[in-house]
Design a protein around this ligand. Structure first.
Ligand SMILES: Nc1nc2c(ncn2[C@@H]2O[C@H](COP(=O)(O)OP(=O)(O)OP(=O)(O)O)[C@@H](O)[C@H]2O)c(=O)[nH]1
Ligand SMILES: [Mg+2]
Length: 310
């Protein structure tokens, strides 16, 4: 099994897996491959799905995968787990009622943990998205639990961000506080078999209308019962319609350019940090900050000294 760009273009899933492991381990070998593949990464549509633990994200994603594959599309899924293990609900890749062969060819699912390196996770998620896009996946889905930073990283990595809520997700103020209004392009109220679903979607619509930002389209709000498959097809169709609208008004292009610029900046920062923290500097740093008394030295002074080290 050779790890080369063509094997990835030819959709060799085992090679893709290996390449993803290199990305996870920050193995520099992968850089040249990503450079080579870049022209093939530009067309995939990247959909971010986020929301509170257990909201039904994976159940929804399973439906999306099946529907896209039935339509003849191929799908790559990256489940990003920034903190704790998943709540143990629906497994991604539930192949029920799916033609196994179609699935094997057209679906690739991988989960990624942070290994304590939260900042790096966003960067790696995008690299994995690129690999999957280059392997011919037309749709890339990122699923992540929205518990703080994760949903913001996903919003940056995706063309369109879907926030999945449940009827209990709370009042206006909670939603504003959570910053979900800013990142969501599309809302789904799942578990709409429960009380309060109609009220929440109504409230959200009013709120989104009131706070509509001129540069953005008003996010649609849809109700689903993912466990029974209710409203799921409508969700997918409306998602694609909304995506088209976002393309037409230039929003997707602006978002992609922003992403591109940020990635360059992050790569430069990453590289500089890597180069800076040589073992010599690490040693000096430990030396300067070893004792309790060391807090008496100004951090500015220590930083200056470290920057002088050759
Ligand atoms: N009542 C009800 N339960 C649902 C619905 N959709 C999903 N569930 C259930 O909710 C639980 C969690 O579903 P998941 O799809 O795993 O949710 P998730 O958001 O992916 O969870 P995490 O990834 O752990 O954050 C499972 O037991 C599902 O069967 C729904 O529409 N109504
Ligand atoms: Mg899940």
């Amino acid at each position: 099994m050779r790890l080369d760009p063509d094997s990835i273009r030819n959709n060799h899933h085992r090679v893709i897996s290996k390449a993803i492991t290199h990305i996870e381990n920050s193995n520099n070998l992968i850089q040249d491959i990503l450079i080579d593949l870049h022209p093939d990464t530009l067309n995939a549509v990247r959909i971010g799905i986020t929301g509170p633990p257990g909201a039904g994200k994976s159940t929804l994603v399973n439906h999306l995968i099946s529907d896209f594959v039935r339509q003849g599309k191929s799908v790559g899924v990256v489940a990003v787990d920034p903190t704790s293990p998943f709540t143990g609900g629906a497994l991604l890749g539930d192949r029920v009622r799916m033609n196994r062969h179609l699935w094997d060819e057209n679906v690739f699912i991988r989960s990624m943990g942070s290994h304590g390196d939260l900042g790096g996770l966003a960067r790696k998620t995008q690299d994995v998205g690129d690999l999957l896009a280059a392997s011919g996946k037309e749709i890339i889905i990122y699923e992540t639990v929205g518990v703080g930073q994760g949903e913001h990283d996903i919003a940056k990595a995706a063309d369109i961000t879907v926030v999945v809520l449940v009827p209990e997700s709370g009042d206006e103020i909670q939603l504003m506080k959570a910053g979900l209004i800013e990142i969501a392009d599309f809302f789904v109220i799942n578990k709409s078999d429960r009380d309060g679903a109609g009220r929440l979607s109504q409230m959200l619509r009013v709120m989104l209308h009131t706070f509509a930002q001129s540069r953005r389209l008003e996010p649609p709000v849809m109700n689903t019962v993912a466990r029974k498959g209710e409203g799921v097809l409508e969700f997918k169709n409306n998602l694609l319609i909304h995506l088209e609208r976002m393309k037409e008004n230039g929003y997707i292009h602006r978002k992609r350019l922003e992403r591109h610029r940020r990635r360059v900046i992050e790569l430069v920062q990453h590289q500089l940090l890597d180069e800076f923290w040589t073992s010599q500097r690490m040693k000096e740093f430990s030396g300067y900050t070893e004792t309790e008394e060391s807090i008496e030295t100004s951090p500015f002074v220590i930083a200056k000294e470290l920057l002088k080290v050759q």
